[in-house]
Design a protein around this ligand. Structure first.
Ligand SMILES: *[C@@H]1O[C@H](CO)[C@@H](O)[C@H](O)[C@H]1NC(C)=O
Ligand SMILES: *[C@@H]1O[C@H](CO)[C@@H](O)[C@H](O)[C@H]1NC(C)=O
Ligand SMILES: *[C@@H]1O[C@H](CO)[C@@H](O)[C@H](O)[C@H]1NC(C)=O
Length: 611
């Protein structure tokens, strides 16, 4: 069997780009492409090529010739993986030409991911300004081959003009709560590449374990789960190189000052880590010292703490080459600090009355010591990234241009609607960039119930985590969430899920989003099923956002068949991706029978738990 792709000499018959609100998008022939290109036209007849026999010419004078040649090899393998005949070495299409016209920037963050892809009877051309655009184009070309070779194609020639709507399209991977082997990280990068995600936010360490070698404090490896659960420098460099080859950035997170029990395993750092095991103020549990065990908060008032932590940040800022470095900054442990004389003696004076947490006097003392700490540990020459808590809850100001990552949307008055709150800070001149990881939409690890220790603690009692971020987020839910077009959270709504009006402010500050896969109940054995293909739903929502004026009006029946075809590719590439419908629907057009929703059902007005 020859590999049939969707290429032809016939006239272009179809133009597809952004459609008006609510009207169905023109179909993608054979449901081939995910994410949907910004603009494409396609014809009416087929062409074939052989992944073995086709000549792939790379012209990248000022691009990365090596990366593109390796991508071309992967392209051949990916096409073969979906069931094509390796023996065939003929086809109508004999030539694929990939041209990079510009000079790659040193910083992948500055690279242009746009590309054009044209097919004709004789050949395919992919043109991009930068290498990363050509990589995206090769993934698109691989998707022009239908996985299940059952039906003829009626779709060539193709002309595709494509670029991402959001520049930051990430996955946040937690490798601390449970160790994730390097092989699973590399596989995750392959999936990201397939769906044009471009940032691996490596939440590499946390309170629970410290799975990366430190040359500054080698005894931090005592906080790894085992000798086999430690990333060496070579492992990290391997992940970074593998990602870069696929046009993916690796942004590490070394979270402080909270979430730092693991740092107390180093003799040099232990004196600066307060309440590593919870139990502040004579309490017997982790709660209320911190929301999840173990605890640990750097004594941000101790003048020796910042230089000690800074040495570690400096080490990893050199190891991780990306221009962005995530400093953490979430969930400061107020109760811990409040009950620790090592902190309060310095901030409020020895023997002085300590104001209660939450009072203006407490907030002032916290903010002044936290500000000094944050300023002292920031890596030179990099853009710092933080969870929103530091600027929304803790009164710290970080440099303009810093990236604030939004995670919190549950019914916490201080942090609810925090994306809007960061936009409000920007209106007053803060100059922050924003990455959305709203836990009501993007926390993909949920769906297994709360972790045993999470039950019965925290605001709202034992249901809070189950109701919000441990809940399974359906693909429809993540697919219809667009960070710029999402709505403000209703701050007076008591169940934590209500929505209000549109976001207000300069929405261009919102550069993208990340799907998060927290590690409490994740290991390499269930990573794929939790991530895929829902992370791909996030990928299309971010890459193709401009094609959907109203994200809440997306047509699930248009999207799901394409998502299922994309899943076929993931399965062919060795992923344990979940399915979203009975296979019966694949040939019985489930969508056609039910197309359209009941009149008047406005999805954007539903509570998110609707799906
Ligand atoms: C390349 O850069 C030019 C100039 O910025 C831009 O117009 C074009 O869309 C970019 N992408 C491609 C694929 O040419
Ligand atoms: C692809 O076709 C489009 C539309 O005809 C054209 O604008 C573009 O320059 C072509 N690109 C390449 C690489 O041939
Ligand atoms: C916010 O929620 C409250 C309480 O449920 C409700 O009365 C109010 O109408 C909501 N506001 C908006 C703008 O939806």
């Amino acid at each position: 069997m020859k590999v049939t792709t969707v290429l032809a000499t016939a006239a272009l018959v179809m133009g597809v780009s952004a459609q008006s609100n609510g009207s169905p998008l023109a179909p993608v022939p054979n449901n081939l492409l995910w994410p949907r290109p910004q603009k494409f036209t396609s014809g009416t007849s087929d062409h074939t090529f052989s992944p073995v026999g086709v000549d792939i010419t790379i012209v990248a004078v000022n691009g990365n010739q090596g990366a593109l040649e390796r991508a071309a090899d992967r392209f051949r393998a990916n096409v073969l993986s979906v069931g094509c005949d390796a023996q065939s070495n003929t086809g109508d299409i004999s030539q694929v030409t990939v041209t990079v016209t510009g000079t790659d920037p040193k910083d992948l963050a500055q690279a242009d991911e746009s590309y054009t892809l044209n097919t004709s009877a004789s050949g395919v051309t992919i043109t991009a300004n930068h290498t990363v655009g050509a990589l995206r184009g090769l993934e698109t070309l691989a998707q022009l081959v239908k996985p299940v070779q059952k039906l003829p194609f009626h779709a060539g020639p193709w002309s595709i003009t494509d670029k991402p709507s959001y520049s930051w399209r990430g996955i946040s991977l937690d490798t601390s709560r449970n160790y994730i082997p390097v092989s699973s990280i590399l596989r995750t990068l392959d999936g990201m590449s397939a769906t044009k995600l471009n940032v691996l936010h490596w939440h590499i360490v946390d309170a629970t374990s410290f799975p990366v070698v430190s040359k500054t404090y080698p005894d931090l490896s005592n906080a790894a789960y085992s000798k086999l659960s430690i990333y060496s420098y070579a492992d990290v460099q391997n992940v970074i190189a593998y990602a870069a080859d696929r046009g993916i950035r690796v942004v590490p997170e070394f979270d402080t000052p909270a979430h730092t029990n693991a740092l107390s395993f180093s003799k040099a750092l232990a004196p600066y880590i307060l309440c590593p095991n919870g139990g502040a103020g004579g309490t017997t549990s982790f709660w209320p010292t911190c929301p999840e065990p173990p605890c640990g908060n750097v004594n941000i008032a101790d003048p020796n703490a910042a230089p000690a932590i800074s040495a570690l940040v400096k080490e990893y800022a050199a190891l991780f080459t990306d221009s962005v470095f995530h400093m953490g900054g979430d969930e400061i442990e107020n109760f811990c600090l409040n009950q620790s004389p090592q902190f309060t003696d310095i901030v409020f004076g020895k023997g002085a009355a300590v104001p209660a947490t939450g009072t203006p006097a407490w907030q002032k003392g916290l903010a002044s010591s936290y500000q000094k700490y944050a300023d002292a540990v920031r890596p030179a020459g990099k853009t710092a990234m933080y969870w929103e808590d530091i600027v929304i809850n803790d009164g710290v100001t970080v440099p303009a241009g810093s990236i604030i990552q939004i995670w919190n949307s549950w019914d916490n008055a201080a942090q609810k609607n925090s994306l809007q709150k960061v936009l409000d800070l920007n209106s007053k001149g803060a100059g922050y960039k924003i990455v959305d990881t709203n836990n009501d939409y993007y926390y993909l690890d949920g769906g297994s119930g709360a972790w045993l220790t999470d039950r019965g603690f925290g605001p709202g009692g034992d249901s809070w985590k189950e109701d919000y971020w441990t809940k399974y987020k359906t693909w429809e839910r993540v697919y219809t969430h667009d960070p710029r077009k999402s709505r403000q959270e209703n701050t007076t709504d008591t169940d934590g899920t209500g929505l209000a009006g549109p976001l207000v402010g300069d929405l261009s500050a919102i550069i993208g989003a990340e799907a998060a896969i927290w590690g409490e109940r994740i290991s390499d054995s269930n990573l794929d099923v939790k991530l895929w293909p829902r992370a791909a739903a996030v990928a299309e929502a971010l890459w193709s956002a401009d094609a959907f004026p109203d994200p809440t009006a997306k047509d699930f029946f248009e999207a799901l068949p394409r998502l299922e075809v994309f899943r076929d590719r993931l399965i062919a590439r060795g992923f344990g991706a979940e399915t979203f419908q009975p296979a019966w629907c694949r040939s019985n057009q489930c969508g056609a029978a039910f197309s359209g929703y009941p009149a008047g059902l406005a999805y954007g007005n539903q509570k998110p738990e609707f799906w």
